[in-house]
Ligand binder design. Sequence first.
Ligand code: PNS
Length: 161
Amino acid sequence: MRRAVYPGSFDPVTLGHLDIISRSSKMVDELVVGVLNNSSKNPLFSVEERVTMLEEVTRHLPNVTIRSFDGLLVDFARQCGARTVIRGLRAITDFEYELQMSQTNRIMCPELDTIFLTTDLRYAYLSSSTVREVGRYGGDLSAFVPQKILEQVYKKFREVQ
Ligand code: PNS
């Protein structure tokens, strides 16, 4: 069975993330979306909220499961029994960081390979930080986050203001 891990912060999940989840889930038997529980990043959404939002937007994808993780990605991948990591590449600016991360992971865990999917052009400049920036100023987020979680995301911005 081919199992892959798609890790990230997902603070919050965007249409770009969902595109990568949906496309990569067709390449594997099982895709585990790993939500990093990293308090030092001071996320806007709690890890539980991020997991729940991901569950809502991936409900139609039967081979996708959502899990949170702490610590190193290589350890999480081992626990999941996955030998493949999926990451999206939006633009050349992502490349250096992604290369560094995948090479570091391979040094720590040589059997773990990273597969990069190029992001759909519609989402080439979309990131969770853009969503947070637009949301903080009360902007329209319908082109950035999945419809199913739109209300929940607006609610969070109303709460933090
Ligand atoms: O969505 P993000 O914030 O770009 O995802 C980054 C993530 C979660 C994939 C990365 O920070 C990560 O794997 N963190 C776990 C800690 C780890 O393994 N670090 C070593 C890799 S260099």
